[in-house]
Ligand binder design. Structure first.
Ligand SMILES: [Zn+2]
Length: 149
């Protein structure tokens, strides 16, 4: 298998791989950010602009809340281990945009590595644990630093 085949976002247009960055929409009229980058209208009710631009979002942020999935999610979730092992999920406040983005936590990290205020960075990892999957997903990787709230 060629490496290039394993470097494709699982959802086209939601993030880039090199470098890993979520793609949001920004309203040029009022500065409001959106993610995911769907829809044509600014969500600000006092704006109404319909000419949004696609922009890469901050690759860093801080954990706003977190938990772990103790029960295996239903399909289309792909079990990564057998038996199932819980994985951590973090809601992260982006450094610049201050919006909250939910995502799984990177391989090798769990809730024990997280607390509110933990600094994280965006990474991309294969959807399946064997690494042969052609699709990538975004995850939050803890940086081992705390930020005073
Ligand atoms: Zn706007």
């Amino acid at each position: 298998m060629e490496l290039a085949q394993g470097r494709v976002p699982v959802i086209e247009g939601w993030f880039t791989v090199e470098p890993p960055a979520l793609l949001g929409r920004r309203c040029p009229a009022c500065g409001t950010y959106m993610f995911p980058p769907t829809g044509q209208w600014c969500p600000n009710p006092r704006c109404g602009c319909d000419d949004l631009e696609t922009v890469p979002l901050s690759r860093n942020g801080t954990v706003w809340s977190y938990t772990d999935a103790q029960y295996q999610p239903p399909a289309p979730y792909l079990p990564r281990t057998d038996p199932y092992e819980p994985f951590a999920i973090a809601a992260v406040e982006l450094e610049k945009e201050r919006m909250i983005i939910l995502g799984q936590v990177a391989d090798g990290y769990g809730v024990g590595d997280l607390s509110v205020g933990t600094r994280v960075e965006l990474v991309v990892e294969p959807l399946e644990s064997d690494g042969e999957a052609a699709k990538l997903v975004w995850r939050w990787r803890p940086l081992g630093e705390e930020v005073d709230q």
